[in-house]
Design a protein around this ligand. Structure first.
Ligand code: PLP
Length: 323
C-alpha cells in the first residue's frame, strides 16, 4: 500500500493549512507569523502522530507483504508504548482499527486506576490494553524486554514510544515540503514542542536535505536537558548539536515536567483559544505557543523575520485532570 492509499483509506486531510497568525509582540518587532495547522489532519489521528505513523505503517504493511487484502493483514499485529492519555496510542489504535490490523497497547499505569477516556476509546476500537508498572515501563527501549513482549503477545511489530524512530522522519519531513509549497518566501524559523524527539528530528533532517537555512526551535515540554538532545542526535545519527537547531529548556516553559502546567500557561491557552478560535492541548502546544509568546515579547533574534509555529494537534491530554 502506498502512503497515498494509506492516507486516503484513513481519511487523512493533507496538506494541512498554513495560516497567518497574529500574536502580540514587543513594539517594533516586525515579524510575519504563520501557524501550520497539523491539528486539522484528522479528528483522531491528529497532528504529528499521523506524520510519524505514516512511514511506520507503510513499512510494516510493505514488509508483511500487505497489498490491502484482509487475508495478509492477519499476519500483522502491532504493539506500542505510551501513557494513559497518549495521543500516539490513541491515533495508532484508531488507525489499526480502521485498517483491520490487531493492535496491543502497553500502557504505563496502575492496573487498578480507573480507565481514562483515551483508553476507553481504544478499547472500543478493539485495541488490546496491557498495563505496565513504572519499573517495567522503564525497560521499553531494552531489546530483551521488547523481544519478550513480542513473543508473549504474538506481535509482529513493535513501534517505539510516541512513534519516534527512523521510519518516522520522512513523514515528518513532509511538513517542510508542504510549507515550502504553501509559502512564497522562505521562512527563518519553525517552533515546535519536543517530548520524544521524533518530530523535531524529522524537521531538522528535511531542512538539511533541502539546504534551507531556517532555524528549528524546540520547546522541551519535560525536564530533559541533554537527554532530549541525545535522543534527537540518535534519531539523526549524529553526536553533536548543530547550529541549525536548538531546544529551549526553560522551566518557565516546561513547568517542571511532563503534563505539568501552571496557571500562567493555562490562562494563556484559554485566552489564546478565545482570540484565535482554535484550542491548544495542555501537554504540548500550550507550552510551545506560550514560549513563542515569550520569544515575541523579548524580541528574540532566534525567530527571524518569518516564523512558523507547528500546531502538533493531539488533544488527549486535555481529557485528564490538570495538575
Ligand atoms: C507526541 C506529541 C508531541 C511530541 O512529539 P515528539 O516527536 O515526541 O517530540 C508534540 N505534540 C503533540 C500533540 C504530541 O501528541
Amino acid at each position: 500500500m502506498t502512503k497515498k492509499t494509506l492516507a486516503k483509506t484513513l481519511g487523512i486531510n493533507l496538506p494541512s493549512p498554513l495560516q497567518r497568525l497574529e500574536m502580540r509582540s514587543a513594539p517594533g518587532n516586525e515579524l510575519a507569523l504563520y501557524c501550520k495547522r497539523d491539528d486539522l489532519i484528522h479528528p483522531v489521528i491528529s497532528g504529528n502522530k499521523w506524520r510519524k505513523l505514516s512511514g511506520n505503517l507503510q513499512r510494516i504493511l510493505q514488509t508483511s507483504g500487505c497489498d490491502g487484502s484482509n487475508e495478509i493483514r492477519n499476519s500483522v499485529h502491532i504493539g506500542s508504548f505510551g501513557g494513559a492519555y497518549s495521543n500516539h496510542l490513541h491515533a495508532l489504535a484508531f488507525a489499526c482499527f480502521s485498517l483491520g490490523i490487531p493492535c496491543t497497547a502497553f500502557v504505563r499505569t496502575h492496573p487498578n486506576s480507573p480507565p481514562t477516556p483515551t483508553l476507553e476509546d481504544m478499547h472500543r476500537w478493539n485495541c488490546r490494553i496491557h498495563f505496565l508498572s513504572r519499573e517495567e515501563y522503564r525497560k521499553r527501549t531494552d531489546i530483551n524486554f521488547v523481544n519478550a513482549l513480542l513473543k508473549a503477545h504474538s506481535l509482529s511489530h513493535m513501534i517505539e514510544e510516541g512513534g519516534s524512530n527512523s521510519d518516522a522522519l520522512s513523514g515528518v519531513g513532509e511538513i517542510v515540503s508542504e510549507v515550502l509549497a504553501q509559502s512564497e518566501q522562505p521562512f527563518d524559523s519553525i517552533v515546535l514542542p519536543v517530548a520524544s524527539g521524533g518530530t523535531i528530528a524529522g524537521i531538522i533532517k528535511a531542512i538539511r536535505q533541502r539546504n534551507i537555512t531556517a532555524k528549528v526551535i524546540g520547546i522541551a515540554v519535560l525536564k530533559g536537558e541533554r537527554y532530549l538532545e541525545s535522543m534527537v542526535n540518535n534519531l539523526l545519527d549524529e553526536c553533536q548539536t548543530q547550529s541549525s537547531w536548538k531546544i529551549l529548556h526553560e522551566p518557565k516553559f516546561h513547568c517542571g515536567g511532563y503534563a505539568k502546567i501552571n496557571s500562567e500557561i493555562l490562562n494563556f491557552s484559554i485566552e489564546f483559544e478565545q482570540s484565535q478560535g482554535f484550542a491548544l492541548d495542555h501537554v504540548y502546544n500550550a507550552k510551545s505557543f506560550f514560549a513563542l509568546n515569550q520569544l515575541l515579547m523579548q524580541k528574540s533574534p532566534l525567530l527571524g523575520k518569518r516564523a512558523i509555529i507547528l500546531n502538533t494537534g493531539g488533544m488527549q491530554g486535555n481529557r485528564g485532570k490538570i495538575e
